[in-house]
Design a binder for this molecule. Structure first.
Ligand SMILES: CC(C)(COP(=O)(O)OP(=O)(O)OC[C@H]1O[C@@H](n2cnc3c(N)ncnc32)[C@H](O)[C@@H]1OP(=O)(O)O)[C@@H](O)C(=O)NCCC(=O)NCCS
Length: 167
């Protein structure tokens, strides 16, 4: 019923970019505004940007639920310090609350175990309350804040959260 597929080709990348546009526009516009959403979609979640990230080692997985594309996640293993960043985890708004986010996180943790990663970390916008609640519910703890300038005057004002992965 729930399936994860490593994104490796153009078709998969287009599916992720399509989901990103739908989910980010709906979810982030009230939090960071339309201009920043457009800027981030173009620079981080367009077909060329996702393709570039995959070439650099980011692992994207498409999540399907009952044969429907329901969301995606992205994992960035650091390679050296046994850490990985969960850089994306998104479920379509009409399919939230069904346990898919938890399954997507479990998928990320399973991959981390295969890669001997011991700490999974992420950043989350301080005003993204639902996501923060989800992360705390699933075992992440806040360890600090990270403010990043992402160009053209846009800033990401985030909490850093981590979870330790048992072997
Ligand atoms: C965050 C997100 C991935 C969670 O996915 P989901 O499929 O709705 O989550 P699940 O149904 O698996 O929920 C898992 C647990 O978290 C809790 N939870 C999920 N969303 C929650 C919310 N908004 N508020 C409070 N608790 C929440 C659930 O109650 C559940 O707890 P339980 O299993 O102990 O009963 C999804 O809501 C989403 O895509 N949000 C918008 C995008 C986003 O902000 N992504 C994170 C970017 S940093």
């Amino acid at each position: 019923m729930v399936r994860f597929e490593l994104v490796e080709d153009g078709r998969g990348i287009e599916s992720v970019a399509h989901l990103a546009r739908e989910i980010w526009t709906e979810h982030y516009t009230p939090i960071i505004g339309q201009e920043q959403v457009q800027y981030m979609l173009e620079n981080f979640q367009s077909v060329w940007a996702i393709n570039d990230q995959i070439q650099k080692g980011v692992l994207y997985y498409l999540l399907s639920y009952m044969e429907t594309k329901a969301g995606y996640l992205a994992l960035e293993p650091s390679g050296q310090d046994k850490q990985a960043k969960l850089s994306k985890i998104y479920v379509r708004s009409d399919l939230r609350g069904l346990g898919l986010g938890r399954k997507a996180l479990q998928q990320a943790i399973n991959v981390c175990r295969q890669l001997s990663v011991e700490i999974l970390w992420l950043t989350v916008n301080k005003n993204n309350k639902g996501a923060i609640d989800f992360y705390e519910r699933t075992g992440f703890i806040k360890t600090g804040t990270i403010v990043q300038n992402i160009g053209e005057g846009f800033v990401m004002d985030d909490y850093k959260m981590i979870i330790k992965i048992s072997p």
